[in-house]
Structure formats: structure tokens, C-alpha cells
Design a protein around this ligand. Sequence first.
Ligand code: HEC
Ligand code: HEC
Length: 210
Amino acid sequence: MIKRFLLLSCLLAASGIQAQNAVVQPSAPPEVCATCHGADGNNWDPDTNGKTAGGADSPKLAGQHSDYLYKQFTEFKNGARANNPVMTGMITLLPDEDMRAVAEYFAAQKLRPAFATNTDTIALGQKIWRAGIAAKGVPACAACHGPAGKGLPAQYPALAGQFPEYIEVQLKAFRDGTRANDPADMMRDIALRMTDPEIKAISDYAAGLR
Ligand code: HEC
Ligand code: HEC
């Protein structure tokens, strides 16, 4: 944790120098983003063969739909997505005029997917993904995020291969209303009908989708 923040302050200092010298890559993100998301948006540490460089609460951005990413950038900035003070602070480092190009950059990177790890909950996860939970009015995740979790551009993000920890945090944030940037309450309506074990099962299952 401490190491991560030391590294972060070094990068912040470095990016300040970079801006002064006006060495700007129009499509690449500011260097600081790599601390948590990885330079290619995979948050993937080759030294540990894959777990995470920045912690599993920092999502993979590689291969995500660019319109969805762009929407998140604007909403971190205007406060519509305010559930995480870290990103609210970080997004000020991304100039408005670069948002579109940076969204395109991450969308074009190849996803190195995370994995499902809990064999005990795969059956429950698969059931919810494909059929929802009829008794509680939870729709199938596949209806909007696609059968293989690739999402549907532009509105519905891909979830396949995302870190299960991140998915879980987001579902809980939708459930308690701290993340409230989903159009027409789509995700809040769903998450508030789900229990912790159901959220855990679906998060692990989605991480394993390809
Ligand atoms: C200190 C770590 C850290 C840094 C540096 C950082 N982020 Fe993040 N980022 C996070 C975390 C944590 C989240 C999850 C926020 C939440 O829980 O809602 C996140 C979420 C995001 C998301 C939302 C993805 C999704 O699937 O909804 C985008 C897009 C993003 N970051 C882009 C960036 C960009 C661009 C930069 C550089 C300007 C950056 N981040 C720098 C930690 C970081
Ligand atoms: C009616 C359509 C719909 C259904 C069904 C649906 N979602 Fe979503 N979901 C969305 C939309 C739209 C968003 C994007 C919200 C935004 O714009 O920030 C989203 C976002 C998410 C996110 C945040 C992704 C990220 O990168 O931050 C997660 C996690 C998620 N959904 C999980 C699920 C799960 C699990 C299910 C099944 C229980 C499900 N969704 C069913 C529409 C849907």
C-alpha cells in the first residue's frame, strides 16, 4: 500500500515535468493512470504472473467499450459517479480534450482476463447470469451484458475477465446507492434485490467469462 502511494507520488511528479515540456501523446493516458490500471489498462503485474499491480479494486480497462469509458470519465469529473474519492481526484489529471482519445486507447488494448476462483459458487453464478433470480425480479445479467459478458456498445460495459473484487465493490455501491450513475436506475434496481452471497457468486462467475 505504502509502496503504491510512493510510486504514485513519483509518477505525479514525473507527469508534471512531462506536461511542462509539452511531450504529450494524444491517445495514451497520463502516465499516472498506469500506477493502478497498468500502462495497457490490464492492471497486470508480470512479476507475480498476473495478479494485480494496482490492487483488484482498480478495474481492468483494456478492451472496455470506449463510449462507456468516456461516460465514466465525464461522470467522475462532474461528480455523477462519486463513489470513489481516489478516482475523483485522479480524473482531474486527465484534460477534457484528451478524454475521447484516452477512452479509445484503452478500448483498443487487448484484455488479459482475470479468472473465476471459487468452484463452489459457479453454478449459482451461472444461473443468475443466464436466468436471473425470477422470485426476486432480478433479470439475467446476460440480457444486457451479453451471453459471454462482452457487453453491448455503447451503454452496457463488458464484465468478462474483470476482477471479481471490483465487480463486487460496484454491485454493493449500486445497492447502497453510493454509485448512482446508471441510466434509469438499471443497476441499482437489480443490486438492491441481491444478497451478499449472490453478489459474490455472480462476481466470481463474471470474472471467468470469456
Ligand atoms: C490510485 C489508483 C488509481 C489511479 C492512479 C487511477 N485510477 Fe482509475 N480507478 C481506480 C479505482 C480504485 C477505480 C474504481 C472506482 C470505483 O470503485 O468506482 C477506478 C476506476 C476507473 C474507471 C472506471 C472503469 C469502469 O469499469 O467503470 C476508469 C475509466 C478509470 N479509473 C480511468 C483512470 C484514468 C484515465 C486514470 C489516470 C488519469 C486513472 N484511472 C488513475 C484507481 C485509480
Ligand atoms: C437492464 C440492463 C442491465 C441488466 C439486466 C444488468 N445490467 Fe449491469 N449495467 C447496466 C448498465 C447500463 C451499466 C452501466 C452503468 C453506467 O453507465 O455507469 C451496468 C454496469 C454494471 C457494472 C459496473 C461495471 C463497471 O465496469 O464498473 C456491473 C458490475 C454490473 N453492471 C453487473 C451486473 C450484473 C452482475 C448483472 C446481473 C445480476 C447485471 N449487471 C445486469 C445494465 C444492466
